[in-house]
Design a protein around this ligand. Structure first.
Ligand code: IPM
Ligand code: MN
Length: 372
């Protein structure tokens, strides 16, 4: 945790419902007199279409001058659509890379922290998926034609030799010792700090027998330094199932990038939907905070749930040492959801994004007055 008095934030609303949830949440900065100064920057699909660059240079400058980032959401489309929508076709050879993957990799934000907690009083669970954020299947070794160097290796296996002249696609799951060490260490430290008594490493050692050994060895080594924490290695598919049937059994779940992507969406479902799920992307110097939901291209205007963005702002404040404000905001969201009067459609209500956000801000103001 860092301790900043005033946090300088780059606010990047991005695309679709990202713009709506950010606009709905921003008034809480002044309503609570949060210790924040901010500048708004551009990111996302429009930047790609107009400039062949989803993160323009000015936005990188803004990020460099800020302590952290509050992001709405960005749209990512497959390669064919990305090229088709480019305005200036002389840029057709520019490769599209998702802006959030660029942020994670260029800023080296290795830990993607996705907490999941019960809002409804009838249920009891509180766990956190900590996803490695820079390596694994997201490393960028993704091929629509198998490179010749791989062909040689693949053709030596009988099952594949028959197919060696067919079209072959391939993505490399590559993880480094540095990458595994820092994410597993982070997971145990996070567990200690947040009172989780268990850290589970989700992988697939019964099938990926070789590539699982590096993470396993590092996990066992680091787990031994935290004797107060129960540590286990579990199969990722079983973790997916148990998240649904027994979410209360988990504390911290640490896992590689793609497994974490999938498990954290399952976790969001357990929590009550993507409209509730926040995230923090943490590196040694930089960080960004965003709701887990995407830009919701199919959603009707002003219907998105702003809760995930408020929870993400709460995580941001907590990360920079402003625990009191973090609690006030988190509790305000929980109270408004429990009260079930001013909630969006995904929670069974008919309030707009803006109305629900307003109710949360009013509730947070009451919380702040009590704390004063
Ligand atoms: C997420 C998203 C991203 C991911 C996409 C939009 C690149 O699904 O943050 O979970 O796969 O990491
Ligand atoms: Mn995802």
């Amino acid at each position: 945790m860092l301790n900043h008095n005033t946090i300088k934030i780059a606010v990047l609303p991005g695309d679709g419902i990202g713009k709506e949830v950010i606009e709905a949440v921003l008034p809480i900065f002044s309503a609570l007199s949060l210790p924040i100064t901010y500048h708004i920057g551009d990111i996302g699909w429009d930047c790609w279409v107009n400039q062949a660059n989803p993160i323009p240079e000015e936005t990188w400058n803004l990020i460099n001058q800020s302590d952290t980032i509050l992001l709405g959401a960005t749209t990512s489309k497959p390669e064919r659509e990305a090229k088709a929508e480019l305005l200036d076709k002389s840029n057709l050879n520019v490769v599209y890379t998702s802006p959030i993957i660029q942020l994670r990799q260029k800023l080296d934000l290795f830990a993607n922290v996705r907490p999941c907690f019960a809002i409804n009083k009838q249920k009891q669970f509180n766990f956190c998926v900590i996803r490695e954020n820079t390596e694994g299947l997201y490393s960028g070794f993704d091929y629509d034609h198998l490179p010749d160097d791989f062909k040689k290796i693949v053709s030596e296996v009988p099952h594949w030799n028959d197919k060696i002249n067919e079209a072959l696609s391939c993505t490399l799951r590559i993880n480094s010792e540095t990458g595994m060490r820092r994410i597993i260490q982070f997971a145990f430290e996070y567990a200690l700090k947040n009172n989780h008594s268990r850290v589970s490493y989700a992988d697939k050692p019964n099938v990926l027998r070789k590539s699982s050994t590096l993470g396993r060895a590092i996990f066992e080594e680091i787990a031994a330094r935290f004797p107060q924490i129960q540590a286990d290695i579990l199969n990722v598919d079983a973790v997916g199932m148990h998240l649904v049937t027994k979410p209360e059994m988990f504390g911290v779940i640490v896992t590689e990038n793609m497994f974490g992507d999938i498990l954290s969406d399952v976790a969001a479902g357990v929590m009550g939907g993507l409209g509730l799920a926040p995230s923090a992307n943490i590196g040694l110097q930089k960080s960004y905070f965003e709701p887990v939901h995407g830009s919701g291209p199919k959603m009707k205007k002003n219907t998105a749930n702003p809760s995930a963005t408020f929870f993400s702002l709460s995580m941001l404040l907590s990360y920079f040492g402003h625990e009191k404000f973090a609690h006030i905001i988190k509790n305000a969201v929980i109270n408004i959801i429990r009260e079930n009067k001013t909630v969006t459609r995904d929670l069974g209500g008919n309030s707009s994004t803006y109305e629900m956000a307003l109710a949360i801000i009013e509730e947070a103001k009451k919380g702040a007055d009590k704390n004063a």
